[in-house]
Design a protein around this ligand. Structure first.
Ligand code: PMP
Length: 408
């Protein structure tokens, strides 16, 4: 099978060899690695992508959730071209940043004010910094399996680097553990940083009772509750927080609101965020050359106005729920140890014999390989994120390919 793969993908193999000379392992984004070697994608149109060898795939990954619009959207292309024609890198404020900020504050119940950054990682770093400075406390509570950005590593036992501040990394969806942490260290906790659904951790939905407990505990102890909605923002116009009816003190955003371009934002209640007002004597610092870059701001505005309305997001959510149900039925029929977890149109395939059992990476990797052979592209770790152009035809084809892939 590997020989077949090589024969089918000579261009990808060759590009990887070239890349290895200048990028470690030919890679600049660790999550893109896949066995036996990753594909080099040359172009995309709607929910279809084509690799450098001319092989076509249905894109079931949607840029790890950021590419919700599908590829080569004429609406986004026009917004970006118009902004560019007006001149970019203008060294000052522009109307675009106000327009995007107004739209985001109107959408998210927790956002009275926000600031822009260039990635979700940066947004989380800034939110944590703000929480620690505003509360004058040091400790951060995060959760096992959480992901908040490439440089935010909380003693996962895998990464040799660790964040340079005090933190507790607790089991996710465990109310008792959170209560115990607050009982012991409540007066030292600056912030609780949590994903309403753990994305990179395998699409594990947050138990509403657990998230509500975090809301209650943070409030009782004067800690700032931060929802990392970098992935879950698509769950409704107001993100997962609006869907759940649980409103954090701060929210971090990324991915979709840059209209496909590099993006991050953090915000929250005015009394917290106004500490960033540069006219204040005690202003907190936050800079960044590209924070308000016109291309991202304009693309974000167009994305919201044309793609991210309530109806479109709800239809996408339901399409994802439907796919999860149908996948579960296929897995049950075959009797093979596969499962799917997720929320709406963001989901993860797992190869494991039961809930809580360890993932069989080799088995999952085999299914990924068999699906790629059949023209369906998703992350090697099992992540699937439907984009808006994925329709019933693609879903049906995908399910048939899954059945065949499982048999293979
Ligand atoms: N938080 C979450 C929940 C994410 O999924 C990601 C990216 N996968 C990040 C933060 C980091 O965002 P970025 O990659 O834009 O730095």
């Amino acid at each position: 099978a590997i020989a077949c793969y090589r024969a089918r993908n000579p261009g990808s193999a060759e590009m990887l060899e070239r890349a290895r000379q200048v990028l470690p392992g030919g890679n600049t984004r660790s999550s893109l690695w896949a066995n036996p070697f990753p594909l080099c994608i040359a172009s995309g149109q709607g929910c279809h992508i084509r690799d450098v060898d001319g092989n076509d795939y249905v894109d079931m990954l949607g840029e790890f959730t950021a590419g919700i619009f599908g590829h080569s959207s004429p609406v986004l292309a026009e917004a970006i071209a118009t902004a560019h024609a007006r001149g970019i890198n203008l060294s000052s404020h522009t109307p675009y940043e106000v327009e995007l900020a107004e739209r985001l504050c109107a959408r998210f119940p927790s956002l009275e004010r926000l600031r822009f950054a260039n990635s979700g990682t940066e947004a989380n770093l800034m939110a944590l910094m703000a929480a620690r400075l505003v509360t004058k406390r040091d400790r951060i509570v995060v959760f096992r399996g959480g992901y908040h950005g490439g440089v935010l590593t909380f003693g996962d036992g895998v990464s040799p680097v660790d964040v340079p501040f005090d933190y507790a990394c607790l089991p996710y969806n465990d109310i008792a553990a959170a209560e115990a942490e607050f009982a012991q260290s409540g007066a030292r906790i600056a912030a609780v940083l949590v994903e309403p659904m753990q994305g990179a951790g395998g699409c594990v939905p947050g138990d509403p009772a657990f998230l509500a407990a975090l809301r209650r505990l943070s409030e009782a102890h004067g800690a700032i509750l931060i929802f990392d909605e970098v992935q879950t923002a698509r769950m409704s116009v107001g993100g997962a927080q609006a869907r759940l009816g649980i409103i954090p003190d701060m929210t971090t955003l990324g991915k979709i609101f840059g209209g496909g371009l590099a993006f991050g934002a953090f915000g929250g209640r005015a009394e917290i965020m106004d500490r960033f007002d540069p006219a204040r004597a005690d202003a907190l610092p936050h800079a960044g050359t590209f924070n308000n870059n016109s291309l991202t701001m304009a693309a974000g505005v167009a994305a919201i106005d044309h793609y991210l309305g309530a109806e479109a997001l709800e239809a996408l959510f339901q399409r994802g729920e439907d796919l999860q149900r149908r996948l579960t039925a296929v897995f049950a029929e075959t009797g093979l140890p596969f499962a799917v977890t997720g929320m709406g149109a963001i989901m993860n395939l797992h190869a494991r014999s039961g809930e809580g059992a360890a993932t069989d990476r080799k088995l999952l990797s085999l299914l990924h390989f068999r699906m790629q052979e059949r023209g369906y592209y998703f992350a090697a770790r099992g992540l699937i994120a439907l984009s808006l152009p994925v329709g019933e035809n693609e879903i049906r084809g995908f399910l048939t390919a899954i059945e065949q892939g499982l048999q293979a």
